[in-house]
Design a protein around this ligand. Structure first.
Ligand SMILES: Nc1nc2c(ncn2[C@@H]2O[C@H](COP(=O)(O)OP(=O)(O)O)[C@@H](O)[C@H]2O)c(=O)[nH]1
Ligand SMILES: [Mg+2]
Length: 200
């Protein structure tokens, strides 16, 4: 995918106030520090479109990007960062829940999980909740460059095992790295396929 002109449209605290559009939108979410900003930058091939930060929990808004006029990316706040107060966490989850339930042009949600650590209950819970809500989702394992092949395989399996209690058929799983660009093409093919399922 050639990206010509990705644009940051702005940040919103309420999804209701986000600009309405019929352009297909794809959202990205994960725990703080999972590598979400890095992955979005990797996907759109820009170094600093989504700001990467070493300070977890900084992103507290819904950030919107228009990609070459044909689709949008929504960068959702990281869920469950421990150093944010409980009220803030609730506010985040309400904001996220509202967006996911009401954004009419949302095509699919990419849920990022860190491959370096064992499956986190918070991630599993969030993934299961989205499943209950029937939100089309794609799991993306991040930072795969940090693992050797056997470790990678067992981590992916551990995540799948943790989910299989709940899921009859698991959602698609993409292994990614913003360092090596692994998974980038697969993410684009999921996006284009979900916009035009009958093409190719
Ligand atoms: N090795 C490696 N580090 C990564 C990767 N993606 C992100 N990181 C690092 O993980 C930290 C958090 O990344 P960031 O994109 O800001 O995470 P966010 O909080 O989810 O937006 C930063 O120090 C990144 O450099 C990756 O694919 N490989
Ligand atoms: Mg970020």
């Amino acid at each position: 995918m050639q990206i010509k002109d990705p644009k940051y449209l702005g940040s919103w605290e309420k999804s209701l106030e986000m600009p309405h559009t019929t352009l297909p939108e794809f959202a990205f979410i994960g725990r703080s520090n999972v590598g979400k900003s890095s992955l979005i930058n990797c996907v759109v091939e820009r170094k600093e479109l989504a700001r990467t930060s070493s300070k977890p929990g900084k992103t507290q808004t819904l950030n919107l990007y228009n990609i070459d006029g044909w689709m949008q990316i929504c960068d959702l706040p990281g869920y469950g960062y421990a150093k944010v107060s409980k009220t803030m966490r609730n506010k985040f989850s309400n904001m996220i829940r509202y967006y996911l339930k009401n954004r009419e042009n949302l095509y699919a949600l990419f849920i990022l999980v860190d491959l370096r650590i064992p499956p986190q209950p918070m991630d599993i819970e969030f993934i299961n909740d989205c499943g209950m809500e029937e939100i089309p989702l794609i799991l993306v394992g991040t930072k795969s460059d940090k693992l050797k092949a056997p470790e990678l395989e067992s981590q992916v399996q551990a995540i799948k095992d943790a989910l299989s209690e709940f899921w009859e058929e698991l959602p698609p799983f993409i292994i990614s790295s913003s360092e090596t660009k692994l998974g980038r093409d697969e993410i684009w093919s999921v996006i284009t396929q979900s916009i035009q399922p009958n093409q190719q």
